[in-house]
Design a protein around this ligand. Structure first.
Ligand SMILES: [Zn+2]
Ligand SMILES: [Zn+2]
Length: 352
């Protein structure tokens, strides 16, 4: 029997959550899942503070989701997910009509909707998954050796993996410089190490840099003075600079730093969205004379999410170590405050 009410943390406008019981829609084409865990992303905190053009409150945020199926699901290609399976969910609801959708790049859909942005997401006891997500195999079963909270971080891992697949440059034995010591930076660190790169993490928080070092960063650099950091990076990389520089912080100053530590014929990738109203000044000559490609990446696809799940299953990537705080839905304010204060790494909301 369907539950009648959905206990939800409703984002009702800047800096305001209301815990409410929302009605559960019984639209046949949709699939209702029971939320198990939903992690708090930096994006959620930015939306919570200053709003976002994609987000129209009142709405339930949360797009890093682990859930349980309430009935047997029949997916495309005759795939069946049994009742009571643990799954992760791609946040994408693509239109399936535009040319990007036709090419399978659902994250580039021209009419994209997203769970936790434009339709209700995972900071609730139940989530309603629209049909266009099911048609792209957006519901992905997970293996028994992956915990619920860990599984919720497969979505951000998948976004990081999408960035690496986009670059498509070999980084084995090359220097990868990651600017940003938060959970996303530390996921990029793990992926770069997996691909055999020498890694330099640049950050501002000593406890996070310590974690970067313990994950295996060759250098974890406290960035008190950008000029000093630039010199250290060029010295350490024997004048090569980064083959790949990943900006994993929403501070726009990091982009200037990234261009100054990027080597010749390198890629600088902007991974994080930047707070609105922040204008960026860069020196175009750095791009021109050093043949630097400036690139971006956004979200991922269910196919990449499945790959990300496999990496966690095979224990090639450790997401557990990135979870430092766990809360119930009633404590969502605390989780958001900690994330905003860069206290610990990821906070996860567990639902029961
Ligand atoms: Zn996220
Ligand atoms: Zn589309």
């Amino acid at each position: 029997m369907l539950p009648k009410k959905n206990h939800s943390a409703v984002f009702s406008g800047p800096k305001n959550f209301e815990i409410k019981d929302l009605p559960i829609s019984s639209k046949d084409s949709n699939v209702l899942l029971k939320t198990l865990s939903c992690a708090v992303c930096g994006y959620d905190v930015r939306v919570f503070k200053e709003g976002h053009k994609k987000v129209r409150p009142p709405i339930v945020l949360g797009h890093e989701i682990c859930a349980r199926t309430l009935n047997k699901l029949n997916l495309p290609n005759n795939q069946i997910i049994p009742e009571d399976s643990r799954v992760i969910v791609s946040p994408l609801i693509p239109c399936l009509n535009c040319h990007h959708c036709s090419a399978g790049y659902f994250n580039s859909c021209n009419n994209l909707n997203e769970i936790g942005s434009s339709i209700n997401g995972g900071f609730a006891d139940y989530i309603n998954i629209p049909q266009n997500n099911i048609l792209i195999n957006g519901i992905i079963p997970i293996t028994n050796n992956i915990r619920d909270d860990e599984a919720s971080l497969i979505e951000p891992l998948s976004c990081c993996l999408n960035a690496h697949l986009n670059f498509n440059i070999p980084i084995n034995d090359e220097f990868v410089i990651i600017i940003g010591d938060g959970p996303i930076g530390l996921i990029h660190l793990q992926i770069s190490k997996l691909y055999g790169a020498k890694t330099i993490v640049v950050g501002k928080i000593p406890s996070r840099l310590k974690e970067a070092k313990s994950i295996g960063a060759d250098v974890a650099l406290l960035n008190n003075d950008p000029e000093e950091s630039i010199k250290t990076i060029w010295d350490y990389s024997y004048g090569k600079g980064g083959k790949l520089v990943i900006v994993a912080t929403s501070n726009p100053e990091a982009i200037d730093l990234a261009l100054k530590v990027a080597g010749k014929n390198s890629i600088v990738s902007l991974f994080a969205g930047v707070s609105k109203n922040k204008i960026l000044r860069i020196d175009p000559n750095l791009l021109h004379y050093n043949q630097i490609a400036l690139s971006g990446s956004f979200s991922s696809t269910p196919k990449i999410m499945k790959k990300a799940m496999d990496l966690v299953h095979e224990q090639k990537i450790d997401l557990k170590r990135l979870i430092t705080h766990r809360f119930s839905l009633y404590e969502i304010d605390k989780a958001f405050n900690l994330t905003e204060a860069c206290n610990g790494l990821r906070s996860v909301i567990n639902s029961f």
